[in-house]
Design a protein around this ligand. Sequence first.
Ligand code: BDR
Ligand code: CA
Length: 311
Amino acid sequence: TRKIIIDTDPGQDDAVAILLALASPELEVLGITAVAGNVPLALTQKNARIVCELAGRPDMRVFAGCEAPMTRTLVTAEHVHGRTGLDGPTLPDPTMPLDATHAVDFIIETLRAAPEGEVTLCTLGPLTNVATAFRAAPEIIAKVREIVAMGGAYFEVGNITPAAEFNIYVDPQAADIVFRSGVPMTVMPLDVTHKALVTRPRNEAFRALGNRVGVATAEMTDFFERFDREKYGSDGAPLHDPTVTAFLLRPDLFEGRHVNVEVETGSELTLGMTVADWWRVTDRAPNATFMGNLDADGFFGLLTERLARLP
Ligand code: BDR
Ligand code: CA
């Protein structure tokens, strides 16, 4: 099994990514660390616990992390995810506790205690928690096996500004620290996630599972969808974050390139843009495998099969 920490700002698509991880015996989720992003921290940490209980895992450790980006003011995305961040299904308030440890301390302590190359960080939101941990305890950087992140864009450019993807835009300083850290990175930009579209038949396949997770997933992706259909005219909403957990299970579903990726932290116009040297026109050293393509049917097949295993 592969040991992972999921750093997240749920978010319906974050929720599905967590469900996929909890449904998969190949992955051992050491903890879920919440960060401010789609909605403020008070909601993301609560939503993370709602999702664990939905999955029948009230034993999971959930930690609250940073409530604001490193230097900027928080930008949220209620226009996409709704007021709660998890609009769509009606799910009960969580009864499982929030862990008393700060998410950043949990990340630091877990990596300190782990052998080198054992723990993978899966990041589904702004990179504030991870960058804060790296800055506070630089010795943990060498311990990380890999970071698999949803964020950025190349050909598909921006979804929160014309130039930037939401997760990177919210905390470009944090993203810059993480991309420069030297940790091997695999990145799922919009170029990939805009190919993971929840079409009607895919949504109905979730609902047809008949278990409470399948029905909730259908309701979450239904809610998420109304935004993208209106906004982009796309055939179903992009299911961004589950590509991260799917990659850990089935890397063969993805295609990308190991390239140099840098984050714009200065320009107001292109703040948070991920500049990927896709055509290798510079001699800057590659620091990330930037994915560009995915087998969407394989991805949804995997997801549906796994969600069926949950309550
Ligand atoms: C990313 O931003 C959030 O709204 C989603 O949860 C995803 O992580 C997509 O740009
Ligand atoms: Ca997210």
